[in-house]
Design a binder for this molecule. Structure first.
Ligand code: EPZ
Length: 417
């Protein structure tokens, strides 16, 4: 099994580009089937989750061509409405194919999704919203059999939690339909706004209102378009954590700084100096990292749960005690025992993690437990004395494009072994 080997101690310098956003690319790849046309999507990251989405599109009968970061999808040949369990289990985002397949074909047969084991990750909000729109959904033994009934039309949906995936599924289910749907308490993550931009470019009529409500006026048909995926804000946050942890002065390019406001303020709290440009930022680490107090993960624009693990890794070496509260997922501290193996001092009580900074971390053999936890282990290993080996790196390859090449390009001693 492949692993990533890191020799800690190198300071980082130079510049690094951030790849396209996994969590923006995936719902757009589900949305393309609504167009019954050809769509060309640029800046798609080279990730196993994106490959999984391509496999689903091909299974459904779409023609898919991939040339570097450009994915061209011809969904005129789509000819089936079922997705096998194996493909569904490869990632969490497969669940948003429910909304788009149901909309395009009037029925959908799929399974509950896979993805990072960071909590139960139910899909009750997805199901109840689609039922409210007029879908008949039978769930048994993990299988979802869905049919759009005659009454399927716009309605008002109040989400009890601003779920990203449920918001995406509702948008995909009713962009091409009759009537108007208003989603109250919708997710406000940037990836939602970008999905709406994509669909509106294809002819949809979707409005993001100032109060966060999303109003979708169903249309009869969409056409294809050419579109560019936004930069990955979580990879940008992870690279920032790497510089803060290893020490150095790096220009991080091809980012959307506006999406990183809550992350930037945490690294400034840690003592980093950050100069923000139009589509880049320069981060310089301090001699001694300060602790980060009261980092609470929240729905956007709050501090992103996906950056929690990388920031925790940085905090392990701070001069003092940091406190992190994980409010989004109930089991997102699986990386803690692995960080402790590297010499970190961390206590977890339910949702609260208390990190007592230590003078040194020591290289060890650790295993990635999920995507962002794996990123955190690399961040910590960059600063550990000696060599670390990170196993189960398939988790990492789901969301970080060639991370060893990227970090190696700014001076890290890191290789895939
Ligand atoms: C998306 O997951 C992201 N994944 C996650 O990123 C991210 O952590 C999460 O949003 C929150 O920002 C993709 O976009 C592919 P949610 P999603 O629905 O849609 C509960 C990464 O590392 N919930 O907003 O699954 C749920 O259990 C991944 O890139 C329900 O209870 O997140 C969780 O506690 C990890 N019922 C909370 O809501 C539902 O029906 C947030 O989940 C749906 C969700």
């Amino acid at each position: 099994m492949e692993s990533i080997i890191v020799k800690g101690g190198n300071e980082l310098g130079g510049k690094i580009r951030v790849h396209g956003s996994k969590n923006s690319c995936l719902p757009i790849l589900a949305a393309v089937i609504l167009t019954d046309d050809v769509c060309v999507i640029h800046n798609c990251p080279d990730l196993t989750d994106v490959s999984a989405a391509v496999k689903i599109l091909e299974f459904l009968g779409c023609g898919v061509e991939r040339d570097a970061d450009v994915i061209t999808v011809d969904s005129r040949t789509l000819d089936r409405c079922d997705i096998p369990e194996g493909l569904m289990r490869e990632m969490r985002s497969s669940i948003v194919f429910l909304g788009s397949v149901l909309s395009r074909l009037g029925k959908a047969e799929l399974y509950t999704p896979g993805g990072c084991e960071i909590g139960l990750r139910p899909i009750d909000l997805h199901i109840s919203a689609l039922k409210a729109l007029g879908a008949d959904i039978d769930e048994s033994h993990g299988k979802l059999s869905c049919k759009r009934n005659a009454a399927f039309s716009g309605t008002n949906i109040n989400l009890s939690f601003p779920s990203v995936g449920a918001t995406e599924n509702i948008i995909l289910a009713c962009a091409v339909s009759k009537g108007v749907t208003n989603i109250y308490n919708a997710a406000r993550e940037p990836e939602i706004a970008v999905l709406v931009d994509f669909l509106n470019k294809c002819g949809a009529k979707i409005k993001l209102k100032a109060d966060g409500t999303i109003s979708i006026c169903g249309v009869e048909k969409l056409h294809g378009c050419e579109f560019r995926v936004i930069p990955d804000r979580i990879t940008a946050a992870t690279y920032m954590a790497a510089v803060a942890s290893a020490g150095g002065d790096v220009l991080i390019e091809d980012i959307a700084p506006i999406h990183l406001k809550s992350v930037i303020s945490v690294f400034e709290q840690a003592g980093c100096s950050i100069d923000v440009g139009k589509s880049s930022l320069r981060i310089k680490s301090p001699e001694i990292l300060k602790p980060v107090r009261n980092v609470r993960t929240m729905p956007y624009p709050g501090f992103p749960t996906d950056a929690q693990a990388p920031v925790m890794a940085t905090a392990t070496k701070a001069d003092g005690t940091s406190v992190i509260v994980e409010n989004i997922f109930e089991s997102r501290y699986k990386h803690v025992p692995q960080l402790i193996r590297l010499g970190a001092k961390i206590r977890v009580e339910d949702r609260v993690a208390v990190i007592d900074g230590v003078k040194k971390l020591y290289g060890a053999r650790v295993e990635a437990t999920d995507l962002r936890g794996g990123g955190a282990l690399i961040v910590a290993a960059l600063r550990a004395e000696g060599q670390s080996e990170i196993t189960n790196i398939h988790h990492i390859d789901r969301g970080y494009e060639k991370i060893e090449t990227a970090l190696g390009s700014i001076g890290a001693d890191i290789k895939r072994g």
